[in-house]
Design a protein around this ligand. Sequence first.
Ligand code: ADP
Ligand code: MG
Ligand code: MG
Length: 874
Amino acid sequence: MAKWVYLFKEGNATMKNLLGGKGANLAEMTNLGLPVPQGFTITTEACTQYYEDDQQINDEIMGQIMDAIVKMEEITGKKFGDTENPLLVSVRSGARASMPGMMDTILNLGLNEEVVDVIAAKSGNPRWAWDCYRRFIQMYSDVVMEVGKKYFEELIDKMKADRGVTQDVELTADDLKELANQFKAEYKEKLGQDFPTDPKEQLMGAIKAVFRSWDNPRANVYRRDNDIPYSWGTAVNVQMMAFGNMGETSGTGVAFTRNPATGEKKLMGEFLMNAQGEDVVAGVRTPQHIDQLKDVMPEVYDQFVEICHTLEDHYRDMQDMEFTIEDKHLYMLQTRNGKRTAAAALKIACDLVDEGMITEDKAVLMIDPRNLDSLLHPQFDANAVKAATPIARALAAAPGAASGKVVFTADDAKAWAEKGEKIVLVRLETSPEDIEGMKAAQGILTARGGMTSHAAVVARGMGTCCVSGCSDIVMDEENKVFKLGGKEYHEGDVISFDGTTGNIYDGALPTVDATIAGEFGRIMEWADKYRTMKVRTNADTPEDAKKARELGAEGIGLCRTEHMFFAGDRIDAFREMICADTLEEREAALAKILPVQQGDFEALYEALEGNPVTIRFLDPPLHEFVPTEEDDIKKLADAQGKTVERIKEIIDGLHEFNPMMGHRGLRLAVTYPEIAKMQTSAVIRAAINVKKAHPDWTIKPEIMIPLAGDKKELAYVKKFVVETADAEIAAAGSDMEYEVGTMIEIPRAALTADEIAKEAEFFCFGTNDLTQMTYGFSRDDAGKFLDAYYDAKIFESDPFSRLDQDGVGKLMKMAIELGKKTRPELHIGICGEHGGDPTSVEFCNTIGLDYVSCSPFRVPIAKLAAAQAALNSK
Ligand code: ADP
Ligand code: MG
Ligand code: MG
């Protein structure tokens, strides 16, 4: 028979998966001999079983709960529903990973009319007794029966007003008794039944409610944001009450052993006398600083400080604790490794190493890579944020802080930025033509679109702050004005927004820049020691490449050349190329682009100082480049000596029903070999030139052909790429070596990787396309239905941000195995957005990739994740 229920003294800290974090640590504290009110934990597996049994607690689990109650009664010497010595308990949720405030807790369970009278009389403290009872009715109604909290709060407010008092503590025993009666009446009115009096019935109701709370909407969202699987379930802790509301010698508090905002090694926390549970955080009264406990109750304070030392020493990490003082007796109710800001995480890890508490590898393991994101972008000055009130909130699509003058078009963004203005681009939504303007902006705000909209994806790639899907905006792009927060904003008006919180502010907020110095630098150094997988960056410009190098990138894993064609002087020549009618016209246009492109690549090789650079040839469908405005079409027609009609005809001819699966990638090279030839010449000439200037650098161009699906099509393109490259090398009298590889982003390429590897000298997984094509849905449209998929528990996360290891991952494993069979020296990387996602990075390490490549701002995140993956695999 499975064991579904554990007494605290039967568990320990290593049993988090089964007992949840709270339960495992209550057990551990019990074993350490700390004062913990005793009780038992119903396992996370029981929660899973509850859902499997159609939200019923089955007989076996029920039986074990009943046995545990009997044992708990023996241990505490109290009995449920007893009129002599009644047992009152809390029923608390607690998952494997802490999810603060996401699930529910009920306190003072076990009370009824009879029991409350007994404890009121026996304790000589009727105020306490009735305070417990009214709290219990309130919480039970809210959590178990889902009668809204607000009805009870209204009654409390009314009572306070009637009595002419402002604080809960000023209500007398009689007031609280009356409140309890009002609450019960409210309960009956709302639910048409009496408030339950049988403690065991109350207990079962509460346990079920905690199980149910695992599936409440806020818990579901929290889990998705924090990569916590639904399948884990929550444990339920049933614990004897410690009463902080017995009067002025009782109280309750929370504390951190170190400062969770800064990491400073100093006890931080708050407490309230004559209070219970959440009173401290709920702000019913202003709590006192933990240091003041020294004056209020010196002995309890000393004991608490002692316990803090014991716990930090034991867990070797900063602890976040809850405690209650019941008539001068201290009880510990919770401890866990405290949540902290990224800055605090770095400081605490370094301090613990310096204090000899942990080793460097432990320090590397204790930092959540996801957290670093907030340190890698310019940030608002924390004090300024505190003082400001947001005018609206949008999706936090790409982290960072943006502050500047509003512009409404990408062209304006560029023009204003060139004049030296700090601007933010505000649009209904963005499209590929907006790239230049998006780059020029401090931040991008869109009224439409979700986390995977064009604006969001591109902004994350560029490391530009973006908030998207701000539905409150009333937008009039044509007249360059929008309404928000009751105010009209015109071009040039200043706003600020925070890509980490999604908050939007009126006016300018001051920002501070990000650097990898001090503790951040130390941690990254340690990470590099343990890491085996390389981390490259996706960078299209020398500036991005430099930034990425500063942040520790070891090469470029993906340089998307199409972005190079958007800049002012090139787009014209490129449009001429697209709208050419003959090969000669096309070659003439390409001849104009060649030197510019060569210059781009030279600058990249310079920036990379001998580190590898993978250059991907033109990928997107050509219609993304053609003009849409009449003026631009006219200009193009004039430049080519063609009629506007002819140009429009050509543009119309580019129309595709499904461009993502259309004429793009190496299909462009098959139909227009001269484009790939031009790009080959540009790469090789650039490499030869830079090598000449820096003979000691290793320069071995990696030419990457996108979107191959068939060995023969790759062979077809590779042939003229190699001919062109060899001719350039021969003409320069050089001995430059180079490689031609491909992206694996079409399932067929993965399935036939042994064949593909006969041509390709390296693979790089383009997991954005590979995910898109494996699932058969477009990432630009997935936003429309993903929410429904989350609600229906079909998906727990967005497969475009977190790699689908079962499906896409299987194709990757297959491609690696097949590819290496043909070509053992094949080097393999990944360059989709997944390359910067910690969980996906861990997977890439497991399947043996040589490197991951991600946007510059995610390089330190990927490096840390790679180090953790290496350490965890040992
Ligand atoms: P959360 O996980 O949201 O913090 P908890 O289960 O920790 O929820 O409980 C909420 C509050 O009730 C906390 O302040 C906690 O200290 C308090 N509490 C829980 N159990 C007891 C108990 N047995 N005695 C006294 N206070 C308790
Ligand atoms: Mg808690
Ligand atoms: Mg692709």
